[in-house]
Design a protein around this ligand. Structure first.
Ligand code: FEO
Length: 395
């Protein structure tokens, strides 16, 4: 349903209340999501982005009834990923010649996905298109935020930045604006989105935020492509992004372990006790990897100054859950964080050394050679784990 966000600008997206997983099964979306598309209805009528392909028919039908497909003069595709471009193939069957403004890389991604040669109009940072009534759209390329094709569009006079994925949250809500939703939900989803989607590109993000600030564009509203639109103090999310992009950490130590017969779990709890003995203030969180949601764990890693990883040894190595998780840590390119490893073993005990090597290659600073405990931890092994925890707390 078409809903006004400001003057002649309308939301025409889709709320996906049921979405539980995104990017296949890589990212959990416990609170659903939205695919935000917008219509600017000036002398020229512009559609900004579309919705995910399962909702294409509904989207195009609504757009026809509420806006009129043939009245759309331009389409802007800020990013080619299917959650925003998925309705294009159906839409373009109705209005095949309509110009599509997008980045050069978006042409590649749209052609690659849909194998169509639509009327692409390639734009780069600073390019403008006039919408009449004295208003213009100004384009800002946002490469690697989070795809090479990503860009944003800024609407003059209304001072709205259509930021696409940047500043978004996977949060299904019938409200459109940031001041209308539960603030804990909003910021929990915003930081999870940053940690899981944008963290690898933090150095580029820092530069891009500076570049946008240098353009001196007044920004009264940030209209993202997922979740709510930032209208109440939109600078607050820009400031959060500046903090998050700067090797973010809180006073938190997170222990993440997997276990076969609970020996490694026993060590995890003693390590936590040791950390607490040495530091009464630090936030300690303990997670059983196999029972936890990995995207949520990544958010906890993002908030941590130190991560302690545990796995028993099996077949001369660590549990494959831990190997996969460390690979995820590597992909997300965390910086400025410390790590240590621990685990039980019966015979050969290679896991701790291997975890330590892998997590160091993933960019973490190793603060200990690790803690190994043969067979089930006895009182001596438990005391060693407490001591290991104390050492972690003070390193
Ligand atoms: Fe929301 Fe990169 O797609």
């Amino acid at each position: 349903m078409k809903r006004r966000i400001k003057n002649n600008v309308y939301w025409v997206g889709k709320v996906d209340w049921e979405l539980q997983h995104f990017h296949g099964f890589e990212y959990s979306t416990h609170k659903g999501s939205t695919y935000n598309a917008y219509i600017i209805d000036e002398e020229k009528k512009v559609l900004i982005d579309t919705v995910w392909s399962p909702f294409a028919e509904e989207f195009v039908e609504n757009l026809d009834q509420e806006v009129g497909l043939s009245s759309i003069d331009y389409i802007v595709i800020n990013h080619g990923e299917v959650d925003h471009s998925g309705a294009l193939p159906l839409l373009m069957k109705h209005i095949p010649d309509t110009p599509i403004y997008c980045s050069a890389n978006a042409v590649k991604s749209l052609r690659g996905q849909y194998h169509q040669d639509w009327n692409f109009q390639v734009v780069k940072t600073g390019d403008r298109v006039s919408l009449g009534n004295g208003k213009e759209l100004i384009f800002v390329e946002m490469p690697m935020l989070h795809w090479p094709d990503s860009m944003a569009a800024y609407l003059t006079q209304d001072n709205i930045l259509f930021s696409n994925d940047a500043f978004g949250q996977h949060l299904a809500t019938d409200h459109l604006f940031n001041d209308q939703v539960d603030q804990c939900d909003l910021f929990n989803e915003a930081i999870k989105y940053y940690a899981n989607i944008l963290n690898p590109f933090s150095p580029m993000l820092k530069k891009k935020l500076e570049e946008i600030a240098a353009l001196n564009l007044p920004i009264e509203m940030i209209a993202t492509s997922h979740g709510v639109i930032w209208r109440d103090n939109p600078r607050q999310i820009v400031e959060k992004y500046a903090q998050w992009a700067d090797n973010y950490q809180e006073n938190q130590i997170t222990i993440i372990y997997d276990t076969m017969w609970n020996g490694t779990k026993q060590l995890a709890e003693k390590i936590a006790a040791g950390i607490r003995e040495a530091d009464q203030e630090v936030v300690i969180k303990v997670y059983h990897l196999a029972k936890s949601d990995e995207a949520d764990l990544i958010t906890e890693v993002f908030k941590s100054k130190t991560v302690v990883l545990g796995s028993p040894t099996i077949y001369n190595s660590m549990l494959h859950s831990m190997a996969g998780f460390i690979q995820l840590l590597k992909q997300l390119r965390f910086k400025g964080k410390k790590a240590a490893a621990f685990g039980c073993y019966g015979w050969s005990g290679e896991a701790v050394k291997q975890m330590t090597e892998l997590v160091e290659k993933a960019g973490f600073t190793i603060i200990s050679e690790g803690l190994r405990s043969q067979w089930n931890p006895d009182e001596g092994a438990e005391q060693a784990a407490v001591g290991f925890g104390k050492n972690i707390a003070t390193s």
